[in-house]
Design a protein around this ligand. Structure first.
Ligand code: FEO
Length: 130
């Protein structure tokens, strides 16, 4: 995934930077799935991505709350649902029941591709400058 201002810019520099980092983790996981047969490397990259997702969501949620952003509840529900899906994925993968496939990867990318422009962008005017 390649971050561009047009596609993903939120007008909040802190979160634009975090989204760029997020894309690095996504690309790293994608590469390890394509290039590596080693499950431990894929697991490491999956865990790193999910940890960063959790950290990033927390930082958005804290700022939305502190600014009294009215879309906070709906935004948090969207985050919680994605984290739950990721946690199930981690659990299944760690238990050896599943592989992280390119299809799974596409799901993660599609989610971000929709969430950042459609949901994150809504907080821009409320959080910019903070
Ligand atoms: Fe940038 Fe709401 O995730």
């Amino acid at each position: 995934m390649q971050w561009t201002e047009e596609q993903y810019g939120t007008t909040v520099p802190k979160f634009d930077e975090e989204h760029k980092n997020l894309f690095r983790f996504v690309n790293q996981l994608h590469r390890s799935i394509v290039e590596s047969k080693d499950r431990s490397i894929v697991k490491h990259n999956l865990d790193a991505l999910v940890s960063y997702v959790v950290e990033h969501f927390r930082s958005e949620e804290e700022m939305m709350q502190s600014k009294g952003f009215e879309g906070y509840e709906a935004h948090k529900r969207s985050h919680d649902k994605f984290v739950e899906t990721c946690a199930n994925l981690q659990e299944q993968f760690a238990a050896g029941q599943d592989n992280i496939t390119l299809e799974t990867m596409q799901y993660i990318k599609n989610w971000l591709d929709s969430h950042i422009p459609n949901t994150d962008r809504q907080y821009g005017p409320f959080l910019a400058g903070g």
